[in-house]
Design a protein around this ligand. Sequence first.
Ligand SMILES: Nc1nc2c(ncn2[C@@H]2O[C@H](COP(=O)(O)OP(=O)(O)OP(=O)(O)O)[C@@H](O)[C@H]2O)c(=O)[nH]1
Ligand SMILES: [Mg+2]
Length: 444
Amino acid sequence: MFDSLTQRFDGVFATLRGKGRLSEKDIDAALRDVRLALLEADVNVKVVRDFLARVKERASGEDVSKSLSPGQQVIKIVHEELIATLGSDAVPLARTAPPLTILMVGLQGSGKTTTAGKLALLLKKQGKKPLLVAADLQRPAAIDQLETLGGRIDVPVHVERKGKPARLVKTALKEATRTGRDVVIVDTAGRLQIDQQLMSELSDVRKAANADEVLLVVDAMTGQDAVNVASGFQEQIGLTGVILSKLDGDARGGAAISVREVTGAPVKFAGVGEGLSDLEPFHPDRMASRILGMGDVMSLIEKAEATFDEAEAEKAARKLQKGEFTLEDFLSQFQTMKRMGPLKDILAMIPGSGSLMREVDVDDRDLRRVEAIIQSMTPEERRNPKLIGGSRKRRIASGSGSRPQDVNRVLKQFADAQKMMKMLAGGKGVPSLEGLLPAQRAKR
Ligand SMILES: Nc1nc2c(ncn2[C@@H]2O[C@H](COP(=O)(O)OP(=O)(O)OP(=O)(O)O)[C@@H](O)[C@H]2O)c(=O)[nH]1
Ligand SMILES: [Mg+2]
């Protein structure tokens, strides 16, 4: 999902993160790359323009949060504005007196029938009692398809092989009331393109059903075409929401990013596979994180802001820059870090590390061993590891329940990491612990 777009963002963000201070020019260059990435992903031009204007305004005027580097701040702004573009908050289905009546509409092959089945299953899992209604009377095969789906998820299907969809829906609603079904999901016919006949049939069905929800199913892989279709349906019959189908096959993300802002209709669900359980409620924040390839950066930022003492983080950052970061500083940063939770979870939340962390196995026990070794050193030894000769090494090893070669390894890794940190330093906040992880094991 969104692979190509995510890769582009990865590149932009890597450049931003590598910089200590950002000039206006750096920001402009980054935003130019973001713009290209979005246009290449087939995001609506106006949506891209508005999005970038908002990001730029905030990036040049933002209060400086001391626990984040300038690059991280730009990333944070991009993330937050992407969430806004996607619709800010998840929008649930209408809450009405039962039965809740849902009309599934869309072009041919967009995924209406499959999605009707998926939605029935999702609601059933939430304790609802759905009734599926086969109101696509264009093709007998469409009715069979829905009956089969209903059978697989054990949900009743209302079928009439003849007549008009509007009449059929009325009978179906009576049946729902009689049999105590509290959600009615109506599958309708699609056409190759929007035409007057389709629209008037849907209007009739909508009226007859007195539908609480009119959900448009669009194929996310069709990009701006999907957005245009959505605008057409919105104007002609009115939508209460959109379902993006086939998001699993969508490498670009253009429809997902544009459709809400262009049509004003919230995306309520996303289809993420052919299986009947592959339907997810649409959460703008999680979707933004996925698009940007950044695990869950907001939680990380919140945690970091809540856990770090700004003044202390700044002191550590200064030391890092000067190459004066000692094992003692490391120990204290490490202990702060530990308060944030298991290391693997934390690392996985760091922007851009998503793909890295999938390959690497981090074990908190290794870190506790490193911590124990450092704790067994005297403060002087921590400040100046050169003091540590053979006999001190043996003392530290026995004090921490490890072997002298383990102590060697920690010292060596710290020296390496120190060099690396000196090179990377510039940003404030959490120093990279990567070099200090004992024996990272690549899974592949
Ligand atoms: N990969 C993937 N395939 C999907 C998804 N949703 C639907 N499909 C597939 O899309 C194809 C068309 O789905 P249908 O549900 O028959 O589409 P429809 O809109 O009812 O089509 P018509 O009734 O002909 O208008 C089927 O092969 C589905 O398996 C999805 O989220 N992911
Ligand atoms: Mg169908």
